[in-house]
Design a protein around this ligand. Structure first.
Ligand code: SF4
Length: 72
């Protein structure tokens, strides 16, 4: 069974440049990028997620969600 990850950032948090910068800094595998419009998700790095939860701690509570998708 393979595990795929999707990362969701709530719109208001995603548009916050400070949150974007923090997320870019904390993720050890570069899933977040602080872009001109806020948080961007780097799709090609999503499968590198190590479920460390650092992004959940860096963002305001409940604003980042790691979704585990299983494929059988
Ligand atoms: S759980 Fe860790 S590796 Fe996964 S997106 Fe968040 S900070 Fe990055």
């Amino acid at each position: 069974m393979a595990l795929f990850i999707d990362v969701k950032v709530a719109d208001d948090a995603a548009r916050n440049p400070e949150t974007a910068k923090k997320l870019e800094e904390v993720c050890p595998v570069g899933i977040f990028r602080a872009g001109g419009a806020g948080v961007e998700i780097v799709d090609e790095n999503l499968d590198e997620c190590v479920l460390c939860d650092l992004c959940l701690e860096a963002a305001p509570p409940g604003k980042v969600e790691i979704v585990k998708l299983y494929e059988t």
